[in-house]
Write a protein that binds this ligand. Structure first.
Ligand SMILES: C[S@@+](CC[C@H](N)C(=O)[O-])C[C@H]1O[C@@H](n2cnc3c(N)ncnc32)[C@H](O)[C@@H]1O
Length: 245
């Protein structure tokens, strides 16, 4: 089972990747009247609604950090151990880009549930607009373009609805762009470890990027360049909810 990645990089995940209540509300609003939910790629249980829920997660390290008491099954999206139509809805939050076979995983979601809610991101938007990528780590922007995120999901579900998820400046979930107005957070190794887009990059490149960011923060270059961000409360960083029913 494809557990290795999050068994390795999932240390400390529960602490640094706390679900953001505003994003949770937006996700839950799309569950409609669902009473039974499967959360695939559930990790530590972020964004799980208080409904009749089963979590699916391949990594033991992530399972060991689960904050929810909902039952969890160790399995992968590509082979869900449930009967057809077993759930009203399926959730897949910031996980589809890790699947070894996205098409098979999405087919499994549609097989076992009547409605699907996926949180992913528009990687072309992020690669072009997110300052950490454009200014400090263009190599990660290249990797972004190769990831199977929004485009790939819409390739399978062309009729799905897409809704932007704006990221609050004080987002509690430390995913890649979460610190768009708190740049000093990227200087903290533990925060970077909880971001797969950084943890899976060659660390020499990341350290070089972060060293430059540190210098730009000390000199005021970052603040001058991004003065517009400091007055904003939310930002479109490219995150998108894909809803299919
Ligand atoms: C960034 S974490 C997101 C976890 C959680 N959904 C959240 O929002 O915090 C990605 C998760 O996808 C899981 N994952 C990786 N490959 C998977 C697969 N093939 N099927 C299901 N989950 C997978 C990882 O183990 C990890 O827990």
């Amino acid at each position: 089972m494809a557990t290795a990645v999050y068994d390795r990089i999932g240390i400390g995940y529960a602490e640094l990747r706390r679900p953001d209540p505003r994003i949770a509300r937006q996700v839950h609003d799309h569950l409609g009247a669902a009473r039974t939910v499967v959360n695939v790629g559930a990790g530590t249980g972020s964004y799980e609604p208080d409904l009749d829920l089963v979590a699916v997660e391949p990594s033991r390290k992530m399972l060991s950090q689960r904050r929810s008491t909902a039952p969890a099954v160790r399995a992968v999206a590509e082979a869900l151990p449930f009967r057809d139509g077993a759930f009203d809805a399926a959730l897949a939050i910031l996980t589809t880009h890790h699947w070894s076979d996205l098409e098979q995983g999405l087919a499994e979601l549609t097989r076992v549930s009547r409605r699907q809610v996926v949180l992913t991101w528009d990687q072309a938007f992020t690669a072009e607009h997110f300052w950490f990528l454009t200014d400090y780590l263009p190599e990660a922007a290249e990797r972004e373009r190769d990831l199977r995120a929004l485009d790939a999901v819409l390739g399978v579900w062309p009729q799905a609805r897409v809704e932007p998820v704006l990221i609050p400046w004080d987002c509690t979930d430390g995913f890649f762009a979460a610190y768009w107005r708190r740049p000093e957070a990227y200087l903290v190794p533990a925060a970077r470890q909880a971001i797969s887009g950084l943890a899976l990059m060659p660390q020499a490149l990341v350290e070089e990027a972060v060293a430059q960011l540190g210098r730009d923060l000390s000199s005021g270059v970052w603040a001058d360049r991004h003065a517009d961000l400091l007055g904003r409360d939310v930002l479109d960083c490219g995150y998108r909810l894909v809803v299919r029913d």
